[in-house]
Design a protein around this ligand. Structure first.
Ligand code: ADP
Length: 508
């Protein structure tokens, strides 16, 4: 009899064996992986927890909705939980791994068809396994002048996975969920739902009109375990006639509040076309240096050490990378407007910077961050602030002092979106050192507690922290989420624990 490294909770080996036989019948033997060696490529926790906490029991890869439906039937029959991933590149949030031990990874990479691209409307309909690289290549090959908006793991990741996580990028279409239109979702009870206008036979406008009729449901399938999304509609940006990227830099540490208050009106009236990213000098420096070359003393890297090395590259303490898009005359006019406003706030402005993510070019450069220490430890602490300078500055002071207390280097990369700032703070730590893992975890938890006390929420979080983050957002919200979960997935088989939603918790 086959030996299993891990069994799903409450599922005896004999029942698991029957489930595996069912999976094999549904998708073919070679698309069901069980041994620890076969499953090893999925294990990239990166977060400050033991690998073992999230060990999967198997992986299964269907190639079509029909195969997926057969897999789901097996799961329901044998009460085996599955964790869907599209490409599984959710780096620093858990990659492909489930929130709890023993789930089967439902790897949707083989469902990778680009179902439709409408060059006139600027829309696409794709399956989960389609990567940004694949869609980018398709647009090139077909000479379609539409841009994609890439998240940090760019070429490797999927529009599906990143949109469902409500990820973001750096063009005017940077709000990925905001630019998605229509989904097909397989619910836990086997229902195949099309949201928006997707339910109308011969629908003409599924990817054109988001809201459909009645309650607008798409949001409940993001950062969620309410269903397995099998198709997603995307809005793509018409390639702009011209664009120009700038780097604004402020010389003083207190500049962050002034920077936010200066940028806000330029964002809201559409002068600055994208979120841009407001980064501290330490984060920019990771593109040039490894930590050991810059600092080898105890504790977090001191600001003075960062300043000294950053200065050799001409980097000032706070930097904002942003772009203008549109007709050349408009860019000329807006260049004058942003120059005047930013210089009046004390910034030095450099025009003509090349930042691939802002102009539809695939890159993995954001992950040069991982070379800073080099052992693959990464956890994103990402609080949300209102787009008010004093609030962002307060968050930064708080986070920096808590990170200092725990000996964690302070990096900040904030995006200025609608009325909010997603104040993303990557924590890079030594994953090969047990003490450093534990210290980073304590630090993350201390940050959550303190930010919760101060009235701040969290944009997105990784496995291992989901329960704590869900708790922070209120028991009523979590209770309603659990009720929806039970209604749509009565056996609780899709991704238990995702966003803190444990289907069986609290059941009487
Ligand atoms: P990426 O595009 O970055 O590789 P992933 O495939 O890792 O994204 O997905 C990130 C997370 O989003 C997963 O861990 C899972 O919780 C959720 N997810 C991804 N794809 C689906 C899907 N098709 N249906 C439901 N949830 C999904």
């Amino acid at each position: 009899m086959e030996r299993y490294a891990v069994l799903p909770p409450g599922v005896p080996a004999s029942r698991f064996a029957r489930a595996l036989a069912g999976f094999r019948a549904a998708v073919g033997d070679e698309h069901v992986l069980v041994s620890p060696e076969e499953l090893a490529p999925y294990v990239h926790v990166m977060l400050p927890f033991d690998d073992d906490a999230f060990a999967p029991s198997a992986s299964v890869s269907p190639a079509s909705v029909e195969e997926l439906q057969a897999v789901l039937k097996v799961c329901n029959r044998h009460r085996v939980p599955v964790w869907p991933v599209s490409t599984g590149r959710n780096f620093g949030y858990g990659s492909a791994l489930p929130a709890t031990r023993g789930q089967v990874i439902l790897d949707l990479k083989r469902m990778n068809r680009i179902l439709e691209v409408d060059p006139v409307l600027g829309t696409a309909l794709v399956e989960p396994g389609v990567t940004y690289q694949q869609l980018h290549d398709y647009l090139r090959e077909h000479d379609i002048a539409l841009w994609l908006d890439f998240p940090a793991p760019g070429p490797l990741a999927s529009p599906m996975g990143n949109t469902l996580e409500r990820g973001g990028g750096q063009t005017p279409y940077g709000d990925h969920f905001g630019n998605c239109c229509g989904m097909e979702v397989l619910l836990g009870d086997g229902t195949l739902l099309r949201t928006g206008l997707g339910g109308i036979p011969g629908t003409k406008s599924w990817q054109a009109y988001k809201y459909g009729f009645g309650p607008y449901l798409d949001g409940i399938f993001t950062q969620s375990n309410f269903g397995i999304v099998t198709k997603i509609g995307l809005w793509l940006m018409p390639a702009p006639p011209a664009h120009l990227t700038f780097l604004a830099m402020w010389p003083d540490d207190d500049a962050v509040a002034r920077a936010v208050d200066t940028i806000r009106p330029l964002r809201y009236d559409g002068t600055i076309g994208n979120f841009g990213v407001l980064v501290n000098d330490a984060l920019l420096m990771t593109s040039f240096h490894r930590r050991a070359d810059v600092y080898q003393g105890p504790g977090a890297i001191p600001e003075a050490a960062v300043r000294k090395v950053a200065a050799t590259h001409g980097i000032l303490p706070w930097c904002y990378l942003f772009s203008l898009y549109g007709r050349p005359e408009l860019i000329q006019l807006n260049t004058r407007v942003v120059t005047e406003a930013l210089e009046a706030s004390g910034a030095k402005l450099i025009a003509g910077i090349h930042d691939p993510m802002q102009v539809n070019e695939l890159t993995l450069q954001a992950f040069s961050l991982l070379n800073w220490i080099g052992s693959g430890g990464l956890a994103w602490f990402s609080p949300v602030a209102p787009c008010i300078g004093a609030e962002v500055a307060k968050q930064n002071r708080l986070a920096r002092s808590i990170m200092d207390d725990h000996g964690i280097d302070y990096f900040s990369g904030a995006t200025l979106n609608g009325r909010e700032v997603l104040n993303v703070m990557p924590m890079v730590y030594d994953r090969s050192d047990r003490e450093s893992v534990q210290r980073t975890r304590r630090c993350f938890e201390a940050l959550l507690t303190r930010f919760g006390t101060e009235g701040y929420g969290i944009y997105r979080t990784g496995i291992g922290f989901m329960d704590r983050v869900a708790e922070l957002h209120g028991a009523t919200l979590l209770g309603v989420n659990r009720r929806i979960k039970r209604a749509l997935d009565p056996n609780g088989i899709i991704a238990p624990g995702k966003s803190g939603i444990h289907p069986l918790a609290g059941r009487s």
